[in-house]
Design a protein around this ligand. Sequence first.
Ligand code: HAM
Length: 422
Amino acid sequence: MAKTIQAIRGMNDCLPTQSPLWQKVENTVKNVISAYGYSEVRMPIVEMTHLFSRAIGEVTDVVEKEMYTFADRNGDSLTLRPEGTAGCVRSGIQNGLIYNQEQRLWYMGPMFRHERPQKGRYRQFHQCGVEVFGLNGPDIDAELIMMTARMWRELGISDYVRLELNSIGSLEARANYRTALIEFFEQHQEVLDDDAKRRMYTNPLRVLDTKNPDIQAILGDAPKLSEYLDEDSRQHFAGLCELLESAGIEYTVNERLVRGLDYYNRTVFEWITDSLGAQGTVCGGGRYDGLVEQLGGKPAPAVGFAMGLERLVLMVETLGLTKVRQSVDAYVVTAGEGTMMAGMKLAEFLREAVPGLRVMNHCGGGNFKKQFKRADKVGAAVALVLGENEVAEGTVVYKDLAGGEQETIAQADIVDKIKGLV
Ligand code: HAM
């Protein structure tokens, strides 16, 4: 026998048993986004490599060590998208969606990062992202956070996530802060590890994110970003905090929150959970007012976020809070001359009469026992049984597969009976 071929490490199949939960999570977030009037955009999965290195930043984990980059047959360097913001901005500029306009967009799909796989962290993962262009004020930042809070409510996970918020100020404020941080790290060289030593000049803010306890211990004395914030950013942040308070959304300000991608300014935020172990960030985002210009467009303010669908699915699954509908509601079982086609016709009739009902016809023959076994296997709630007598009389046997009761009813009455399953 030939050797079987395995999927790539960190890239998973979504199996039939898992897809109902995935659909539930995807549909819930899509419905919430559409309740705010946002439009979907679909970008390619592969882009030119320099789009990502320019947008995300050369000295970031994503660009330095996590991108799936390869040479196209004509020698171009291409990369599987590690995130959606860069491609969304590229698309917006290229298609004239951003200049002088306001856009509220969303996307959903696979992203790729060569990270070490573990629970909640994969090499192919899925994000749902939202990006808004052309709006400056804290009102839109607040709307995005309110939208995410609504998603958690609809998914039943509100009690298990918390919001952390920070302002990282203008580019200029960050440049001043950077200088102060470099001076601080220069005075503490002896504590720094190789990674921190390398980063302290190229991206000192990232050293704040270190996992090294020795470095963490000195960070309490490091200069604080809030001391370097420009007045406009300060006011913007105060405006956002006020809006969130009046919307009843709890948050904590985390001064260390800087995010792992370089394009942010002003507002940054993350929704974090303790129920997933190490990979606790379910959603992250913020403002990136400089990126459109940096990628060649006319300057335009922008803000957005993305959430990891695997992490949301895991949460909903582990917390066991959401009832997931199986793929099949009613299973049509037939036996006898001419009953198979009568069953197919009954199913077609029901699909039309009861929108959203999922009806499966038994195919492949076999006795009742075999057919009922199939009905159980696919998770159907009821079986609709047609024998020669039922076909002749225009009736059907309606059997509740969970409770076991069954009754014979006129086919004309079945619609009323079955509506409740949707
Ligand atoms: P990010 O923080 O890199 O931000 O990713 C957003 C979310 O994607 C994370 O919070 C996490 O839930 C999920 N995620 C990231 N990497 C993995 C992985 N390897 N496996 C599973 N899930 C993962 C961004 O990507 C920005 N583009 C967000 C944004 C949009 N900012 C503004 N607009």
